[in-house]
Design a protein around this ligand. Structure first.
Ligand SMILES: Cc1ncc(COP(=O)(O)O)c(C=O)c1O
Ligand SMILES: Nc1c(O)cccc1C(=O)C[C@H](N)C(=O)O
Length: 397
């Protein structure tokens, strides 16, 4: 049975904070501290190296991958976890290029997260076979899927604007010209309903520290379409992707499953925390979540636009074209965001002028959104952002 949203009691949020940054780093799920302490004390401390077997640590990446699969419309056994998202982007891209050896074009868009583009640039430099990375504007991507494209690699929900690509339609276009499709779901997993199986995409990747609330540095995931799981060639051929890691075979023989996308030792403490964090999704219907996310975002846009004519909506106005975040452009966005944070409304800033707010119906309701809009109105209307203390830009924005 679907549970009612929000589930605020399932998170340990600080008093007096309206958290609109779960799209960058999800908050601490209740009980996660205790679960993590238990893993450290009882499993690592008490069982030492035996815990790989006695606590079944080695099975944890797959267990967590199966739970994530359930949230992204993928079958059991199709998702491997570990490493960072940047690494998983590299792995997916390297494998995808091998599937299309005659072509030399990687198509992405110029709104993609820089690390995805850097990974492509780095890989191209390493292979050194004349590959080209094309990055048209997001709205021109569909048109740019031409017969010379080897791989289309896109982030479904744009990290800055929240603009959402049509996963089914773009994948269909990619396949129509014989290109391989990779989706980065960093800003989608746990934010919008997904049907990876239905999309027919070959690969998807994502992180678990945003809407999945796995904590800073939580492991990433990679989906491989099941029919490719035993043929895809992992470029990062680590020992834990080997069919029999403890055979200590000097020859690499990939596992006959998606587990071949594993590389090295899994981060057990962080995976255990993520496994615990995923409990909040039990019984959540993603259609209900989406409906609540749209309602919160629409309410926020309406309230902020009515109160702050100085801000310009930088996200699509049509909810169908947006993920679960809303961005506003404002020349003094950095300072204004610091002033909001000081008053308990936590969003973030993305250069050059974007104030970014994430909507996570697991722990937000309409009253939070209206209160946040009131505080933003105060900051903008009274020009509180002019205070000199908000002008120094921190290392992490
Ligand atoms: C779309 C997207 N891709 C890649 C990354 C990089 O992820 P990581 O730092 O985990 O490698 C991020 C976030 O930082 C992201 O939002
Ligand atoms: N991964 C991050 C980090 O290590 C520090 C600060 C922010 C992040 C983020 O995830 C940024 C995020 N991908 C974004 O959309 O901007």
């Amino acid at each position: 049975m679907a549970v009612k949203l929000p589930r605020k009691d399932m998170f340990d949020l600080p008093e007096g904070v309206i958290y609109l940054d779960g799209n960058s780093l999800g908050p601490l799920p209740s009980g996660a501290t205790e679960r993590t302490a238990e893993v450290i004390r009882d499993e690592w401390g008490g069982q030492l190296i035996k815990a790989w077997n006695t606590a079944d640590w080695m099975a944890l990446p797959k267990k967590v991958g199966d739970r994530i699969a359930g949230l992204i419309g993928a079958p059991e056994g199709s998702v491997a976890t570990g490493d960072t998202l940047s690494i998983k982007v590299y792995q997916a891209l390297a494998a995808a290029l091998k599937m299309n050896p005659e072509r030399r074009v990687i198509l992405s868009d110029n709104g993609n997260f820089p690390s995805d583009l850097y990974m492509a640039q780095g890989l191209i430099g390493t292979i050194d076979k004349g590959y080209e990375l094309r990055t048209p504007a997001p709205e021109d991507v569909a048109e740019a899927i031409t017969e010379d494209v080897a791989v289309v690699m896109l982030t479904q929900v744009d990290y800055r604007s929240g603009r959402m690509h049509d996963m089914v339609e773009i994948t269909r276009k990619a396949h129509a010209v014989g290109a391989v499709m990779i989706w980065d779901l960093a800003h989608s997993a746990g934010a919008v309903p997904l049907d990876l199986t239905g999309s027919n995409a070959e690969f998807a990747v994502g992180c678990s520290y945003k809407y999945l609330n796995g904590g800073p540095g939580a492991p990433a995931f990679i989906y491989v379409r099941p029919d490719l799981a035993t043929t895809v060639q992992p470029a990062l051929a680590g020992w834990l992707g080997h069919e029999a890691p403890f055979a200590m075979d000097p020859e690499y023989r990939p596992a006959m499953s998606t587990e071949r996308m594993r590389v090295g030792t899994p981060p057990i403490v962080q995976l255990s925390l993520l496994d615990h964090a995923l409990n909040v999704w039990d019984g959540v219907d993603m259609t209900d979540l989406r409906a609540a996310s749209v309602a919160l975002s629409e309410c926020f846009i309406k309230e902020v636009e009515a109160r702050c004519p100085q801000l310009t909506l930088a996200s699509p106005r049509d909810a169908k074209e947006r993920g679960s975040q809303v961005s506003f452009a404002f020349e003094h966005g950095y300072a204004a965001m610091q002033a909001c944070i000081d008053r308990g409304v936590i969003g973030d800033f993305r250069a050059p002028n974007i104030m970014r707010f994430g909507f996570t119906p697991l722990y937000l309701d309409e009253a939070d959104v209206i209160r946040a809009a009131e505080i933003i109105e105060e900051v903008i209307g009274k020009e509180l952002w002019r205070d000199p203390k908000y002008q120094t830009v921190s290392k992490v924005t």
